[in-house]
Design a protein around this ligand. Structure first.
Ligand SMILES: [Zn+2]
Length: 201
């Protein structure tokens, strides 16, 4: 990877041997390895011993989870907040593991829509809840830095499964709790109008 970064610096018209850039290939390699470490993460290890059987069937919400990811079209960051809710059937996930789960999927080359779905589907797969809801709000530097469209726009994506998909009341309760009710009309299913994947040019 360091050779490639050195070549990239040359392609950009830089001098990779000047003082400030000498250690850049090594730093970039370290940073990129960390930012894509989600590929190597094993979900079962991440959730290790944190799945519990309980007699609880009210909504569990973890909101305002910070995420940082890389857009797969431009390799530029997109970042923001992720809100996760589920209604347990018999099993719950230790609360501290939910942000870890978000990290696993954020630390890859992503598009926000897929990341949102992967978080929801993984929770469904691991604890078979009555419903799962995931909403992510992200700022995409590939759009704002390049001056594409609205520079301060925030992309909102959602995945609603089970009761959150089937029952409007449950969905509204969740949206109310994360204060996104104003978006409720657009959220479920997230039509193309959202136009969230960055512009691919
Ligand atoms: Zn992009």
């Amino acid at each position: 990877m360091q050779d490639l970064i050195r070549k990239l610096l040359l392609e950009l018209g830089e001098d990779p041997d000047r003082e400030g850039l000498q250690r850049t290939p090594a730093r970039v390699q370290k940073a990129m390895s960390f930012l894509t470490s989600g590929y190597a993460a094993d979900i079962d290890v991440v959730l290790n011993d944190a799945l519990f059987t309980v007699d609880y069937s009210e909504m569990v919400i973890v909101k305002d989870i910070d995420f940082y990811s890389l857009c797969e079209h431009h390799l530029l960051p997109f970042f923001g907040k992720c809100h996760v809710a589920y209604i347990p059937r018999r099993r719950v996930i230790g609360l501290s593991k939910i942000p870890r789960l978000v990290d696993v999927f954020a630390r890859r080359l992503q598009i926000q829509e897929r990341m949102t779905n992967q978080i929801a589907e993984t929770i469904r797969e691991k604890i078979d809840p009555i419903g799962v809801a995931v909403v992510c709000q992200g700022t995409h530097l590939c759009m704002s830095m390049r001056g594409v469209e609205k520079q301060n726009s925030v992309a909102v994506t959602s995945a609603m499964l089970g009761a959150f998909r089937d029952q409007a009341r449950t969905r509204m309760e969740f949206l109310e709790l994360i204060k996104l009710r104003g978006h409720a009309g657009v959220l479920p299913g997230m039509p193309a109008e959202a136009g969230l994947a960055c512009v691919e040019d």
